[in-house]
Design a protein around this ligand. Sequence first.
Ligand code: GLN
Ligand code: ZN
Length: 754
Amino acid sequence: MTTTVVGYPRIGSHRELKFAVQKYFKNEISAQELSDIAAGLRQSNWQTIADAGIDTPVSNDFSYYDQTLDTACLLNIVPERYLKLELSPLDQYFAQARGYQGAKGDVKALPMKKWFNTNYHYLVTEFEDATDIKVVGTKIFEEYAEAKAEGFSTRPVIVGPYTLLKNAKFTGVKRPFDYAEDLVKAYSEIFAKLVSLGADWIQIDEPALVKDQTEEDLTLFNDIYRPLLDAKGDLKVLLQTYFGDIRDSYQLLTELDFDGFGLDFVEGTETLKTLKSEGFPEDKTLFAGVINGKNIWKAHYVSKLSLIDIIQKYAKDVVLTTSCSLQHVPYTVKNEVKLTNDKLKYLAFAEEKLTELVELDQRKEDALKANDALFSQPRYEENQAILDKVDALKPSDFNREPSRAERAKIQKAEFDLPELPTTTIGSFPQTAEVRRNRSKFKKGEITKEQYDQFNRDQIKACVEYQEEIGIDVLVHGEFERNDMVEYFGEKLEGFIFTSHAWVQSYGTRCVKPPIIWGDVARTQPVTVAESVYAQSLTDKPVKGMLTGPVTILNWSFPREDLSFKESTYQLALALQDEVLDLEANGIKIIQIDEAALREKLPLRQSDWYRKYLDWAIPAFRLVASKVQASTQIHTHMCYSEFDDIIQAIDDMDADVISFEASRSDLSILDTLQADQFETHAGPGVYDIHSPRVPSEEEIATTIRKISDKLPLDNIWINPDCGLKTRGVEETGPSLVNLVAATKLVRSELATHEG
Ligand code: GLN
Ligand code: ZN
């Protein structure tokens, strides 16, 4: 066998690309300097991959911002409004990525969407009726040639035409089929050019194939690929899939004239089954994705080798590879100087995964032995009490009594809130001083007492401010939190933290997820002190503020030796203790944020409940199931596309939910209305992602729209999301307008009723 990878991270092991691109944005470096830094990063990737002993590295997996945008630009699929700016190709590219405001115009960025089931976000390609598809870019050719000149014989990769179309937006009357012919022409031209440069293979990424495929989808695929493969000439074409299996297209695909198929044996739960039942074409190469491209754990060689043995029974020509691009994992464990070897020896980031592929390929005895030794000992000490608690869970543990309708009556009497109660999502601006206080404490420049006192002063000012402007249900402001997941991870048992394990989330933004290392347990109160202090300052209710179990799981690196369901139940039990502790200490409203509930929703709709919602929703319910009827449970979600899972969200059985709505034109209201959504709801009345201050009238208009569609008793008034990324300058006026608008609508409603 030989070895390869689907793709490699590109942001730089110390985020060099992020910083360089940001400097370019600020005009601190030139396009040439940026290009030199990028070339250095590519060179270092190829060298690392070659040094590890991988047979074939890839090229064109580098990107200044996003590979989908790269492909669109290569093919001249650039909306008119950006073309009109007449910028250099690089600046036109960045204008689409992040918007342009300057001498030549004012244009917003392309919309961004989650890249399948990852936390990476791509820029949505926009096809207009006038889009003139042709090969205008040079990046793929230049990077192939650059690698070759440096002595690396690579397989260039590109996002495939089918995935490009499936992930795109169509602004005119033309539909995907209308672009097929031009795409075929353009990709054929790319093939020819690559052959002339000396390429043997091309890798075409078509992850869209792992979703449920309709007849029409398969026809589109067929219409594109039959003629395209006729034009491949001497080039060998690898059809690369990832993030799942291709059970519904396998037959069609293997009949087409591809030279190789990249299949995911990690997330593709039916890949092996399909291989066994359908076989594999004799004259083709199987690129077997056996090493997990998303997780950070070392692979267990014994089980991987037995998988490889089975694969080899069905395919003669096998190349070992990763399950998806390694862009979803950090660079290397070598940078983690703070973790000790008893932890490090279990971790494999991108660079270490290269070694795993080579060791699996070579089956060298000492490597296999060492790996086996690692897995023959327990990695961590189990927390038997927690395991028993999860085992003992029974249906009633997930059920809150009495019913939501009953609770609503009790809570109405309990809180006596005005009609259209106002609140915020939790965080207040994290000013420079707030961040400085944290960093001083981390560096040991101030004591814990000084650190806490500063935050208490912030809480006090925040509570007083909310009282002063007339908000009904207050928050403490979350000044003690750097990140809504890391904060809980640090206080719960079972997590470990890295110092450099950054993963690209989009463009120049990276995240550093905590790692769930062992059984999760709550050994101390997490949020009680801050909440109780805030509540002591006011007679109005102050919301306790927690991050929900599903969101903590989804924004961490999960364990591989325990199911997501069990891990999430452990988290839920820890949070349940926190909820009950808050309640016992006089906190009467508790918000449990599920900002990332949608993150791991399976790509195939047919799997939504069976594989995800059937435990994710109960996990949330478990957290809140034991509180008194008079305690009000809120939740919050950071997006508005939940039309398709609306029932599941109502089934979370929260009393109140707040969510993002203002950017999507409140279209969600119709769904809430149609589904007779029971949870009381606060659709965000203004967009906190922008520094713009919404006027009183603008917010009043939004509130009127909401009150037209939802029962008045069910409505809450709040912004879209937390305010932590906003400045104080815009937050104050926006909230003042929110309260004024609410009062205005209240009085309008009163006159109507009167
Ligand atoms: N309570 C959190 C905050 O206000 C929620 C953040 C989020 O939804 N991402 O910041
Ligand atoms: Zn949010």
